[in-house]
Design a protein around this ligand. Structure first.
Ligand code: Z5A
Length: 209
């Protein structure tokens, strides 16, 4: 495949969305063909799954394994209908969350079996991996505070207790330590311009546009 898949990962409020936009603008200014997408919700079906996954529901709670399967279904559709076609066309894809979110949230956060998660990720992606994953390293409590300050209504996962978010944060740190070639740490505690500077350095040093 000719294109490149660049994934943005991290805890809530780490600044992924802000930085994806800035990165897109920077790459376009260099004449690079860029598309942006996200999980869950990168396809029409995914938008419906995202609503099911993140809206708070009265009464019935979503079981952990159901949640895992819904994220996997979203990903399988995203890979087939969006990521693979764009990569074939040589596009640079900026993707808000991918397989490491499932490892961090459903694996470290929910405590689901890692072997099962890896198997499902494999099925959902058909083996597609990111060319590079930018991990926005930020204290989970700082991220949640940023989100609260933004005034957005907290979704189902954000409302989990702080220990859940701390496990997710730890998960990302372990993923990054185990795959330093693919996962690059970005200090997300700095001002947006300084975070963007790190991203541009990492992408310039690791990818050829
Ligand atoms: N999830 C899962 O469990 N398993 C999976 O496999 C997948 C996902 C794929 C939706 O993700 C949820 O799905 C997520 C994990 C779960 N859990 N929740 N909730 P999402 O990515 O759509 O939602 P999110 O993690 O809450 O991201 P977000 O709301 O889009 O936040 P963000 O992208 O990290 O940050 P932001 O929107 O750029 O910034 C947040 C605020 O901080 C905003 O007011 C900014 O102006 C401010 N900000 C941004 N940068 C800075 C800096 N540098 N300094 C200070 N303030 C800043």
């Amino acid at each position: 495949m000719a294109g490149k898949l660049i994934v943005f990962e991290g805890v809530e409020g780490c600044g992924k969305t802000t930085q994806m936009q800035m990165t897109g603008e920077w790459l376009r200014s260099l004449g690079v063909a860029v598309v942006t997408t996200r999980e869950p919700g990168g396809t029409e079906l995914g938008v419906k799954l995202r609503r099911l996954l993140l809206e708070k529901t009265e009464g019935e709670t979503i079981a952990d394994r159901t949640e895992l399967l819904l994220y996997a279904a979203d990903r399988a559709q995203h890979v087939e209908a969006d990521l693979k076609p764009n990569l074939k066309q040589g596009k640079i894809i900026l993707c808000d969350r991918f397989v490491d979110s499932t490892i961090a949230y459903q694996g470290y956060g929910r405590g689901l079996d890692m072997h099962l998660i890896h198997q499902l990720n494999q099925i959902a992606t058909g083996g597609l991996e990111s060319d590079i994953t930018l991990w926005f390293d930020l204290d989970a409590e700082v991220g949640l505070k940023r989100k609260r300050r933004s005034g957005e209504i907290a979704d189902r996962i954000e409302q989990e207790e702080i220990t859940f978010h701390l496990r997710v944060q730890q998960g990302y740190a372990e993923i990054a330590a185990s795959q330093p070639q693919r996962v690059k740490k970005i200090d997300a505690s700095l001002a947006p311009e300084l975070v963007q500077k790190q991203i541009q350095e990492v992408l310039t040093n690791n990818l050829q546009f």
